[in-house]
Ligand binder design. Structure first.
Ligand code: HAM
Length: 419
């Protein structure tokens, strides 16, 4: 019988590489946690209408990529393709917005999009996200950009760029949208793209095909048609980033794949990743709460892709930095020694030392091979004769140096030497 395989577009995280994923997830979340963002966890599925309204019917995500189904009870639900709509629903449902503003939250989890799989584009992927609700202050937009950059930097990443744009607001965008549509209708485009002009003209600016890009050279840009308030907001964000010493690229053609954005939008792209180069992105979504039937509640946030950040680490050859899971490996020789070893392993772990041991009465040769493979710095070999003398052999695996240490001093000795 053929063996089962992970579904197309998905993959398993297994050791040792899974350590790198954990390290990346933790590193991306660390700056927001330090900045006082609270942890939020929402269900992996929501009512389908939440995403249709939140993310937008005209987006690829909603029109082509959702894992939607009808439950046995007749409910229409969808595996979450992104986190913002669900987090905002949770904020409104739990009245967090009535307990003092702004509400600052972060999350981490799995997301699902029925996309055509390729390197860096999966059907199941992982994001760390952050959302701030209830303030229009451009300082928060800048804070979020800085916190994301800090996360990437803490991993040692260097070859990523920060792209910034403003998409305007409900005051200035409609007029710009009409102007852009007028321009686009005059171009030589295929029927599908022509249809997009009417539904989501900004998306056309994002078309990757060369013949389309060539025609877009003179297209009107949002940045030239911002209202006074949007222009001022954008200027503050840029000033704050300048003052913080951040190098960013003004990218008037930056369009995001979700409909809810207003004003500030940004994306982090890595130059070692090929076509799926966005390792994170986000922006402001001041009208989304009302769109979901809530009060006026401006918001801004981002989501950083854990999978693609790991690929970026590979591209910069930083993957080896993942921590070894094990520091000490205990090798008992004989039944009586195994009992002592079992208790010692417990004591070492309680002292905060990552410890593993060989099981099943293995011989010294095989057990020492496992000790080497475990990545441990030291092995503790306990034979029956050592037990009689009340000692164990502490062997440093890199140098091969070996000393006998009294059993009741091992934990203390290792605590000092491993520091
Ligand atoms: P997004 O740009 O759709 O934004 O996704 C954010 C990041 O998730 C991307 O930059 C990418 O690294 C990763 N990602 C997205 N799709 C895939 C995929 N199929 N395979 C692997 N990685 C992927 C959002 O999701 C918004 N909710 C961000 C946001 C939060 N905006 C405001 N608040």
């Amino acid at each position: 019988m053929a063996q089962f395989q992970a579904p197309k577009g998905t993959f398993d995280l297994v050791p040792p590489r899974s350590e790198l994923f954990l390290a990346v997830r933790d590193a991306l979340a660390a700056p927001v946690r330090l900045a006082g963002y609270g942890y939020v966890e929402t269900p992996a599925f929501e009512e389908t209408a939440l995403f249709a309204r939140g993310v937008g019917e005209s987006t690829d995500i909603v029109s082509k990529e959702m894992y939607s189904f009808t439950t046995k009870g007749g409910d229409e639900v969808t595996l979450r393709p992104e986190g913002t709509a669900g987090v905002l629903r949770a904020v409104l449902e739990n009245s967090l917005d009535r307990q003092g503003l702004p509400v600052k939250l972060w999350y981490s989890g799995s997301f699902y999009r029925y996309e055509k799989p390729q390197a860096g584009r999966y059907r199941h992927f992982s994001q760390v996200g952050a959302e701030v609700l209830g303030t229009e202050d451009p300082m928060v937009d800048a804070e979020l950009v800085l916190l994301a950059i800090e996360g990437y930097r803490s991993l040692g990443l260097q070859r990523f760029r920060t792209l910034i744009n403003s998409l305007g607001c409900r005051e200035c965008r409609p007029a710009y949208r009409a102007l852009l549509q007028e321009f686009l209708r005059g171009l030589e485009l295929d029927p599908e793209t022509r249809a997009r002009i009417e539904i989501n003209p900004l998306r056309v600016l994002d078309d990757k095909r060369e013949d389309v890009q060539a025609q877009l050279a003179g297209a009107p840009l949002m940045s030239d048609h911002l209202c006074e308030a949007c222009r001022a907001h954008h200027a503050v964000v840029r000033d704050l980033l300048d003052e913080a010493g951040v190098v960013y690229e003004d990218t008037p053609t930056l369009v995001r794949g979700l409909d809810y954005y207003t004003r500030t939008t940004f994306e982090f792209v890595h130059d070692g990743l090929g076509s799926q180069s966005a390792i994170g992105g986000g922006g402001r979504y001041d009208g989304l709460a009302e769109e979901l039937g809530g009060p006026e509640l401006p918001g801004v946030g981002w989501a950083l892709g854990v999978d693609r950040t790991v690929l970026a680490m590979d591209a910069e050859e930083l993957g080896g930095a993942a921590v070894h899971a094990c520091q000490v490996y205990v090798v008992p020789l004989g039944d009586q020694a195994a009992r002592h070893a079992f208790a010692l392993v417990g004591r070492l772990r309680r002292a905060g030392i990552a410890t593993d041991m060989s099981y099943g009465g293995r011989g010294i040769k095989g057990a020492m091979k496992s000790a080497d493979r475990s990545g441990a710095e030291a092995a503790i070999v306990i034979g029956d004769r050592d037990l009689d003398a009340g000692v164990a052999q502490l062997k440093w695996l890199e140098s091969g140096e070996q000393v006998a240490v009294p059993l009741n001093e091992i934990v203390q000795t290792l605590k000092e030497k491993l520091a």
